[in-house]
Design a protein around this ligand. Structure first.
Ligand SMILES: [Zn+2]
Length: 352
């Protein structure tokens, strides 16, 4: 058996519809190099979802030929909002619709079910941790980074000395809900966008799929009366197609993504003045497009990130790699960190 005698941690990325699972050994090697997905059964409520997570772990162990007795800890992530310890928000969460999820302690429930220590992070923090460790390798514990991940919402993570900054209530690093100035961002007559969180003009109100459907597309369609997307069945459906249009050079879609890139640059500027990180990582659908579009987008982000002269030569901008696996891998790294594993090339410190 290939995994015999090897100590491992398991990473479980628990999404609204699927779980992605991975295995990381104490030498810093991921034993899975592809997406290992299973249904998350989240919509059936916590009981079914916990069983699905247990099954996902057994499945990925079997796939990698790893005995269950080799597992020392499990990393778990979910979409937010949840507390630092994995209690799903009492107000509910978009991906956890069943009322039984409200205030449910998913970390403790999985700990009981598996009889193993479970380390919790939200999905954006997990992906940020992975991006950080991939980029910096053995230097990860001496470096800091800030990640923004554009999806349905705008996920973010702040890493200091190779560790996720969680904050007192687990709410640190929510850059998406910081208000930014709309100067130089909005077009003439464009209303100030409003976020689902209620704030006008925060990062997520511009740089998210939700923002395209709710704020940006309704305005830009009025400026492009002949655009094909007028014929879409609904705004959410049209919003999902904007990236493909942008990738093909469509002028309206490019205006929408230009505004998103400017918003991201403004958030990175706040980070530059707040934690002054070594690296700025960008992830999400926008970076899964063609290299040409991706390069155009990142150039606008950089142009609108105001760095001081001293910061320019010591900072880098990069993309979050392997985004579909970043959550599972990041949460496995977080679990490894609690065990004090510092494998060569993938140095992981204990949590703060
Ligand atoms: Zn917001």
């Amino acid at each position: 058996m290939p995994g015999q005698g090897r100590e491992v941690v398991v990473g479980l990325d628990n999404g609204g519809t699927t779980i992605n699972a991975t295995v990381l050994d104490s030498a810093g090697r991921f034993l899975v190099d592809c997406l290992v997905e299973m249904p998350s059964r989240v919509s059936e409520g916590p009981g079914s979802a916990i069983e699905a997570l247990a099954y996902a772990m057994d499945h990925v162990l079997e796939l990698t030929g790893t005995p269950r007795g080799s597992v020392r800890a499990v990393g778990l992530d979910t979409p937010g909002p949840a507390s630092a310890d994995g209690v799903i928000s009492h107000r509910g969460a978009v991906n956890f619709g069943d009322p039984a999820w409200r205030g449910f302690d998913i970390r403790s429930a999985l700990t009981s079910r598996l009889g193993l220590p479970v380390v919790y992070n939200n999905d954006a923090n997990a992906a940020s941790l992975y991006a950080h460790h991939v980029h910096f390798g053995a230097a990860a514990t001496r470096r800091s980074s800030v990640s923004l991940i554009v999806g349905t919402g705008l996920g973010a993570g702040v890493i200091e000395s190779g560790r996720v900054v969680r904050g007192a209530a687990g709410m640190a690093g929510e850059l998406g809900h910081i208000r930014i100035t709309m100067d130089g961002l909005l077009a003439d007559g464009q209303p100030v966008p409003v976020c689902n969180c209620g704030l006008p003009g925060d990062g997520e109100s511009v740089a998210s799929l939700t923002a395209i459907a709710k704020n940006l597309l309704p305005y830009w369609l009025t400026r492009f009366p002949g655009h094909e997307l007028h014929g879409a069945a609904s705004l959410p459906e049209a919003a999902k197609r904007v990236r493909a249009y942008a990738d093909a050079g469509d002028p309206m879609a490019l205006e929408i993504f230009r505004q998103q890139a400017i918003a991201i640059g403004k958030l990175f500027t706040i980070a530059a003045n707040f934690t002054d990180p070594d690296a700025y990582f960008l992830g999400g659908g926008v970076v899964e497009a063609s290299p040409r579009f991706c390069g155009w987008f990142l150039a606008i982000v950089r142009e609108h990130t105001d760095l001081r002269d001293e910061q320019v030569p010591v900072t880098t901008f990069a993309l979050v790699p392997d985004l579909d696996m970043a959550g599972a891998r990041g949460t496995a790294l977080a679990a490894a960190g609690t065990l004090g594993w510092t494998p060569a090339g993938l140095s992981v410190p204990p949590p703060l």
